[in-house]
Design a protein around this ligand. Structure first.
Ligand SMILES: CC(C)(COP(=O)(O)OP(=O)(O)OC[C@H]1O[C@@H](n2cnc3c(N)ncnc32)[C@H](O)[C@@H]1OP(=O)(O)O)[C@@H](O)C(=O)NCCC(=O)NCCS
Length: 229
């Protein structure tokens, strides 16, 4: 279980060296006010330029993700590089580094790792069940597995699989550079936090996947490493 610090806007919520990289969380402020100058000043110049072009929550979340990655660079003792987005919205990392970003209204997380293998991070809330999601994001085999669980566990198990799939997408994007459908992998969660990703199409069979999840209260944080074979 990840224990965040007491909520204070723009403060570091947590910083952990997890199996797939350094994961930092940054508390975000309530509301969608323009980000203050002193916070923008903590970004690199190109990031600041991108941030000022954004509005509302989008600006807050963009800044939070970059500050989370900055905490990762700092913890690794590396001079940080500007993290800009490619034409698909994916963050781009300097040579020798990979990483990923996810955010919710009150928290942004950044995953940073050395190497070439793609990584992905995703944050999802499990507190409000939403009808129809399982049918949309799970394969028939996953759906049958979820439906065999006690009713109280079905929604959490669905969200966990959904989160790992989003992390898979972020991890393979730099290589595939195409949309990946939710039916292209199946996810088999494990109570010990290490989940199995089963590729279901030839494109994705080219990767060796490792997936993990951790809990921040009722929120799930998934990380995925996708190594090209
Ligand atoms: C792109 C996507 C994964 C983002 O997830 P989300 O839950 O909407 O938002 P999150 O807060 O978790 O992540 C947002 C961050 O994702 C990153 N991101 C956006 N597009 C991306 C892409 N193509 N590849 C990798 N990362 C991407 C960005 O860093 C973004 O933050 P930023 O704009 O502040 O830099 C999602 O919108 C999507 O398109 N999913 C459908 C595809 C999919 O997941 N398939 C499952 C296949 S198994």
């Amino acid at each position: 279980m990840i224990q965040p610090s007491a909520r204070q806007p723009w403060a570091l919520a947590f910083l952990y060296a997890l199996p797939h990289g350094m994961v930092a969380g940054v508390h975000l402020p309530d509301g969608a006010e323009p980000v203050a100058e002193e916070v923008l000043a903590r970004l690199t110049a190109p990031e600041r330029e991108s941030a000022v072009a954004l509005r509302g929550y989008r600006q807050v979340q963009f800044v939070g993700g970059r500050l989370a990655l900055a905490a990762g660079f700092s913890e690794m003792g590396v001079r940080r590089a500007p993290i800009q987005s490619d034409e698909h919205g994916a963050p781009m990392f300097p040579e020798g580094f990979v990483g990923s970003i996810s955010h919710k209204q009150d928290l942004a997380v950044g995953l940073l790792a050395r190497g070439q293998a793609g990584v992905g991070v995703d944050l999802e809330d499990t507190d409000r069940p939403r009808p129809g999601v399982a049918e949309r994001v799970l394969t028939a085999a996953e759906l049958a597995n979820v439906q065999s669980l006690p009713e109280s566990r079905r929604w959490v198990d669905t969200v966990l699989r959904f989160s790992v799939k989003e992390s898979v997408y972020k991890a393979v994007h730099p290589t595939l550079r195409r949309y990946v459908g939710f039916g292209e992998v199946a996810v088999w969660p494990s109570p010990d936090g290490s989940d199995r990703v089963e590729p279901l199409v030839p494109d994705l069979e080219r990767f060796r996947f490792a997936a993990r999840h951790a809990w921040i209260g009722t929120r799930v944080l998934s990380t995925v490493r996708a190594e090209l074979l």
